[in-house]
Design a protein around this ligand. Structure first.
Ligand code: SF4
Ligand code: SF4
Length: 553
């Protein structure tokens, strides 16, 4: 490609959804100039997930490119195993664990929506590795994949109802925002079609939703996932078995008798080479002002079922990321047409919110949404104003939206009634009404989380193994909008929760005043933007290449 500042199809975000879109657009329209930009330093560096991936979506993407893709060395290295031991469990206190898979299988036989929470024969993979592989395939197919390109805004023409392109971040400003000798104004990339694939709570995606007047039927609900990759002994890995995945609800997030009650659970996935990924996912509608999801991860690792597999192991990598859990009701749509986008802009993957919380998975839908967006773009570049509508109709034909329909009340019901009552009630599925749920940041209370690990979580080590870095001498990319509000309303009542829940220790109280003191530690998880109880934090894009450098997350 001669000039990346003027392209036919621009994809923002080189994750599985964005790359699926780009590869499909290029395959179907080889003359189109297809470009993917990503703020990370390298392929997969900002991608984190469990991950368990339904095989069908990947085959749909790759079969038309190379029917023998499964035999490649890369495929074998990335798709480490298929699930042959699916341990869906309930942890009842710190010692006991019950398998609930048989109940889910029964639910499946009875055609209840809960039967979806089964992972047998899915691929087990690291999404950073999957992304790096897809980047390689996309580049080989003629897609321009550019890392180190951070976008700060979408240029929306409200009269024409179309995006002109995107504006990249300025580089070379000092902490005070003054130009240094190497200052470089962020370029504008113009495009006929724009596909927003930034992941959860994307900066451009949320700006686009506002500028283009898209609406959600219900608030998006988020969770945070914190994850560690642990190298264990040969014996421990063999005992765990390479085809086993564990999803465990219950302790330490909730117990049937005493609470505390939070939605979420722990995961364990084998990652090959004697590594086990261990993670904790917690709904951001938690109410405890002193809660740190990493402490819950520590408690999970101490559970009698988990500990024997990882005891004495070494944490080799770690990271954190938000997950959009609101499902179909939280999907941003054009109010007039129902399109998931508007004009020549399409939202795909986590930017739109394709996670199915009844499956605890979204990667397959992210890839499907990317294929649909890429197909729409490839075939309709001469009439880009109708792209979002074409994309949504194509998605309708894939079954993705039907699948999400089956789960549409699940997360909202749990948010409304709490996991103790909400989980059983949600069995009623489509019979339930659409509950109006407050945004996550409004759920904070003065209640304290009663469980404590013996040793508080070490955030410094966590960020070190996440390998996160930013140029120190740049304007802070995290803004506390009103410092007085922190002092007058938050510190006394809630004790400045941002200091506790930020997984990277970015926030500190200096004197007593909460500040974003360590922005260079930031993992780009966006939790602070969605969980500050006064909606008092804004995340903006730092200079490109800043952030974590995940390899096997
Ligand atoms: Fe509280 Fe938000 Fe201020 Fe942090 S930034 S002290 S969470 S109001
Ligand atoms: Fe996540 Fe915000 Fe902390 Fe960065 S500062 S790691 S976005 S919670």
């Amino acid at each position: 490609m001669q000039d990346y500042t003027k392209v036919s199809v621009l994809v923002v975000g080189a994750g599985p959804a964005g790359l699926a879109a780009a590869m499909t657009a290029k395959r179907l329209n080889p003359d189109a100039e297809v470009c993917v930009i990503d703020k990370a330093a390298g392929p997969g560096n900002h991608n984190l997930s469990g991950a368990v991936l339904e095989a069908k979506a990947l085959a749909k993407l790759l079969d038309p490119i190379d029917p023998a893709w499964r035999d490649s060395d890369d495929a074998k290295a990335v798709l480490t195993a298929t699930v042959d031991k699916d341990d869906v469990m309930f942890f009842c206190g710190q010692k006991r664990a019950f398998k609930i898979l048989p109940m889910l299988k029964l639910a499946g036989k009875m055609k209840l929506a809960f039967g979806q929470m089964i992972h047998e024969n899915d691929y087990i993979c690291s999404v950073s590795k999957l992304t790096a592989w897809l980047c390689k395939l996309a580049a080989a197919a003629g897609v321009e994949v550019l890392h180190g390109f951070a976008a700060e805004d979408i240029l929306w023409d409200s009269a024409a109802h179309r995006a002109v392109g995107v504006k990249l971040v300025d580089q070379g400003l000092n902490k005070e925002g003054h130009k240094e000798h190497n200052y470089q104004a962020g370029e504008t990339i113009t495009a006929d079609a724009v596909i927003l694939a930034e992941g959860c709570d994307g900066l451009l995606s949320e700006k686009f939703i506002q500028k283009a007047g898209l609406v959600r039927q219900g608030n998006q609900l988020y969770s945070i996932g914190v994850k560690e990759l642990i190298r264990v002994s040969d014996e421990q890995y063999a005992k765990f078995t390479p085809g086993r995945v564990v999803h465990a609800m219950g302790w330490p997030l909730w117990t049937p008798v005493i609470g505390p009650a939070m939605f979420g659970g722990g995961i364990m996935y084998p990652m090959g080479d004697n590594h086990i990924a261990v993670g904790m996912i917690v709904g951001l509608d938690f109410k405890y002002c002193d809660f740190n999801p990493q402490d819950a991860l520590t408690l999970f690792k101490e559970h009698a079922f988990v500990k024997p597999f990882i005891d004495g192991g070494t944490v080799t990598e770690a990271g954190a990321k938000m997950i959009p859990e609101g499902g179909l009701y939280a999907m941003p749509r054009c109010p007039e047409t129902g399109a998931i986008g508007r004009g020549n802009v399409m939202l795909v993957g986590d930017s739109a919110g394709f996670v199915n919380m009844l499956k605890i998975k979204g990667l397959h839908n992210a890839i499907e949404s990317g294929i649909a967006a890429g197909t729409a773009a490839a075939d309709n570049l001469d009439a880009p104003l109708g792209l979002a509508g074409v994309y949504t109709r194509l998605l309708d034909g894939t079954g993705v939206l039907k699948e999400l329909e089956t789960a549409k009340n699940f997360r909202q019901t749990v948010a409304k009634f709490g996991p103790l009552q909400g989980m059983p009630l949600s069995v009623l599925g489509g019979w339930l009404p659409r509950y109006k749920i407050e945004p996550d940041y409004e759920t904070m209370t003065t209640a304290r989380y009663r469980l404590r690990p013996a040793v508080r979580f070490d955030k410094d080590t966590f960020t070190a193994v996440a390998a996160t870095e930013h140029r120190e001498e740049q304007p802070g990319h995290l803004t506390i909008l009103d410092g007085n509000l922190c002092m007058e309303k938050c510190v006394g009542k809630f004790g400045a929760p941002c200091v506790t829940f930020c997984p990277a220790g970015v926030y500190e109280r200096i004197g007593d005043q909460p500040k974003a003191a360590n922005p260079s530690n930031c993992l780009h998880c966006k939790t602070c933007q969605r969980k500050c109880p006064f909606d008092n934090i804004r995340w903006t894009a730092p200079e490109p290449t800043g952030g974590p450098r995940y390899k096997t997350m």
